[in-house]
Design a protein around this ligand. Structure first.
Ligand SMILES: [Zn+2]
Length: 319
């Protein structure tokens, strides 16, 4: 084979590899790694959301769920910690996992969900949100982003947002660009596939960007934007002046299992895993967009070497 032909084959091979790697870096390709079976595994097997389970104050499964969340964050390679805070004379813990940004590490995008319940299995409220945070963390932790991503499972939400209040006030001077609370994302009333976004007027850019991500990645989900409603862990972030919002199932007002023992993954037809996965996909799409993907070194190197080959070949031809 002529030397020129060999070079061309090498060049085409490298170029094809580089293109494939770059395509994998598109936001839609990241979103497409969000998996319903993975989401369902977390909700059904790691978060104690079955009949008889209790993640409430003093509940037998509360600390077990906390340990599972912690271990999952560690397994994703996140900088994982238990963030202590006081409540009613005792110490409780938020579980925090950080994926540090490469070039804008001091800018933070947070997605959180409370893992405590009202003394019930709390499948929809709020193991459904925690499973979304876990799945988002699993997928996003496989990439590098310019800004930092923070995944938090909050505790003592049900007593009055105590875990998120502590975190937001401790981090008041941080550059938190956005905070999303996933709280009740598993009940799809009448199969309507609607999601609702609540937050202060100041958070309108965040609310709009999240609605855009739902339109782009929600596989048919539709979002409605509403005003301030300080009922979940986004609220303390808003009080500190950060852009924060609640992402919740659109049909929450029709959820007859709310705060009951029947808020369980064992209640037939109650949890819609596909719907919850769509909300998770949308959240991942938003985060991957705003945190800005860093091209993988392999892809960058292949692109670079491809360009060098191209230049060398052109120079060889001209001679
Ligand atoms: Zn809740």
């Amino acid at each position: 084979m002529r030397r020129q032909a060999k070079l061309w084959i090498l060049f085409v091979t490298l170029w094809t590899c580089a293109l494939a790697e770059t395509r994998a870096g598109l936001v839609s390709d990241i979103v497409n790694q969000v998996s319903q079976s993975s989401y369902q595994f977390y909700l059904d097997n790691l978060l104690y959301a079955h009949n008889g389970d209790n993640r409430g104050l003093g509940g037998a499964q509360h600390d077990l769920a906390q340990a599972n969340i912690y271990n999952q964050f560690v397994s994703y390679g996140l900088q994982t910690s238990l963030d202590p805070f006081p409540y009613n004379g005792n110490t409780y813990y938020n579980v925090v996992g950080v994926l540090p940004g490469t070039s804008r590490a001091s800018q933070f995008y947070i997605v959180g969900a409370h893992y405590d319940s009202v003394g019930n299995p709390g499948a929809d409220d709020n193991a459904s949100g925690v499973a979304g945070v876990l799945e988002a963390a699993r997928v996003l932790s496989q990439y590098e982003f310019e800004a930092s991503l923070v995944f938090i499972a909050f505790d003592r939400e049900e007593q009055g947002l105590f875990g998120s209040q502590d975190y937001a006030s401790e981090h008041w001077s941080d550059d938190i660009r956005a905070m999303i609370s996933l709280d009740m994302i598993g009940y799809n009333h009448l199969g309507g596939n609607t999601a609702s976004i609540y937050g202060r007027a100041a958070a309108l850019p965040l609310k709009q960007a999240l609605a855009d991500a739902i339109a782009a990645y929600g596989e048919g989900l539709t979002a409605s934007i509403f005003g301030q409603w300080d009922v979940s862990d986004h609220a303390p972030f808003g009080w500190q002046g950060f852009h924060a919002c609640l992402l919740i199932e659109g049909g929450w007002a029709h959820n007859t299992n709310y705060h009951k023992l029947t808020d369980s993954v064992d209640t037939p037809g109650f949890i819609d895993y596909q719907f919850a996965t769509r909300i998770t996909r949308s959240t991942v799409g938003y985060l991957a967009t705003v945190a800005v993907l860093v091209p993988e070194p392999v892809a960058a190197a292949l692109f670079g070497s491809g360009l060098v080959w191209l230049i060398l070949l052109r120079r060889t031809r001209r001679r």
